[in-house]
Design a protein around this ligand. Sequence first.
Ligand SMILES: [Zn+2]
Length: 201
Amino acid sequence: MLSTQGAWAAAYTDNIVPVGSVGPGTRGCTTDPDGGDGSVNCLTDNATVYYYMDSSGAFELETPDRNAVKSTMSNEYAPTQLVIHYHTNPVFSGRGETDIVYQEGSKNLSENSLGVTWCNDGSDPDLAKFECDQQYVRIRGNGVYDTSIACHETGHAVGLVHGANASPSKGNEDPKLGCMIRTGWNNDLGANNVTNINAVY
Ligand SMILES: [Zn+2]
């Protein structure tokens, strides 16, 4: 007989907020300063994800950077419960802002970070405790911007955390965490992350 393991099989580990140190008893998602404060604890505000890639100015994505984001969105995130749209006319104020804004640059990144994700607007009163209306992803240029780091930072923007912050806790380099491994190269979202995303959205 075949066992019936599939989309609703238990996750290897719970690595999507609220979890662990950003669990149900904690403060929830807050608006961060530019470049973030090192905490990553927000969900995007619903399953329909509009994203935008900076197309001019200091944080503009060049073609290889854009291709990395487009690839991870279509190959890794679109097959999940998330519904991915590119936002040709991004919204930066009010309620219903563009969900994820991608930048290329190093401003305010800590020395050892290749990229960072932060919440730009966690303050709207109708948002649930762990939801953010708009998150920013900033990734260094000069060859750093690739599908592996784009997959990783996008994971943070939809609420995924590193292995050490998961429940049960796992190593930060556990290969079952797919592109959410902390260092090394993996551009595959992977079954555990997909299961957690699909459980929340
Ligand atoms: Zn990370």
